[in-house]
Design a protein around this ligand. Structure first.
Ligand SMILES: C[S@@+](CC[C@H](N)C(=O)[O-])C[C@H]1O[C@@H](n2cnc3c(N)ncnc32)[C@H](O)[C@@H]1O
Length: 283
């Protein structure tokens, strides 16, 4: 399977536009240190590099050939073969993970990354979620067979909050982000000499997406420290010069606005990839 994927520029649904949205909501500083956890072949590295022109981008993946390809594409990026649970090169102002967090599980990943964030650091990630309580039978049957846990957006958000983070904003990825992954993958499958069973599974996945269309999408969220934590953290953050008073007030206002609802996450679709930007939770 690695032979099949190593030639692809993107190994999961996603887009530069969606990542830029997450970076913007997270407020990534131009001088920031950013981690791409589960970078694959480097799909998101150009966007991350552009976001921190005076900063540093670290990219890790456990597959050596993916890391080698990512490093060859973007020599300015510091690359490591490493486990996402123990990322080297921090502390980070932003930990981004595009379509990879499921391998650790949302709760476990957020716990593991807490100690690798700089003060005031954020986390942003994309993940696959149901967009309805009643997904189509075919879709329900497919993903467990692939050993992929799919949560609804509210269930995923509950895990985020349980881990001590608060969501700043959210949205779905939308069709272009899926097409940018499945389009080149389909071409690769046509040319592939990888074992037939694996190719058939991937074709089924693409067919499922085509058939149910809006039923499968990828969502994006953005989050930050809870309003009450912000209030408590204000003197400490100010004294540590990690957060300005204005920023703290803006945070509380943003959180309270966001608590009024996430209109972008309602609608007819039944599943999606979530992208979230999170503030560092409890120390
Ligand atoms: C679906 S791919 C997405 C890759 C890339 N972010 C992209 O969008 O193209 C998930 C990636 O996470 C990597 N991965 C999964 N679990 C990992 C772990 N525990 N540590 C490091 N990398 C991991 C996989 O090797 C794979 O490259």
């Amino acid at each position: 399977m690695i032979d099949l994927f190593v030639g692809l520029d993107r190994l999961a649904p996603g887009s530069a536009e969606a990542l830029r949205w997450a970076l913007g909501v997270a407020g990534t500083p131009a001088t920031g240190v950013v981690l791409d956890a589960g970078c694959g072949t480097g799909a998101d590295l150009a966007t991350l590099l552009a976001a921190v022109p005076r900063g540093r981008v670290v990219a890790i993946d456990r597959v050596e050939r993916f890391v080698a390809r990512a490093g060859a594409r973007y020599p300015r990026v510091e690359t490591h073969v490493a486990d996402m649970a123990e990322p080297p090169g921090g502390p980070f102002d932003l930990i981004w993970s595009g379509g990879a967090i499921a391998s650790l599980g949302v709760g476990a990943a957020l716990e593991a990354w807490r100690g690798h964030l700089a003060p005031g650091g954020r986390i942003a990630f994309s993940d696959l979620c149901w967009r309805t309580d009643t997904p189509p039978d075919a879709a329900q049957a497919f993903w467990p067979e692939e050993r992929v846990e799919r949560l609804t957006a509210p269930a995923l958000e509950a895990r985020v909050r349980e881990a001590g983070y608060e969501i700043l904003g959210s949205r779905w990825l939308g069709t272009p982000g899926w097409a940018s992954y499945y389009g080149p993958l389909e071409v690769e499958l046509d040319l592939s000499e990888v074992e037939a069973e694996a190719v058939a599974r991937l074709r089924n996945e693409i067919a499922l997406w085509r058939t149910h269309g809006v039923n499968s999408d990828i969502g994006l969220w953005s989050a930050r420290r809870p309003a009450h934590d912000v209030t408590l953290a204000l003197p400490r953050a100010t004294s540590m010069q990690h957060m300005s008073s204005l920023e703290c007030i803006m945070t509380a206002a943003t959180v309270s606005l966001l608590r009024t609802g996430l209109p972008g996450l309602t609608g007819p679709c039944c599943a999606g990839y979530a992208v979230l930007a999170l503030a560092r939770g409890r120390p």
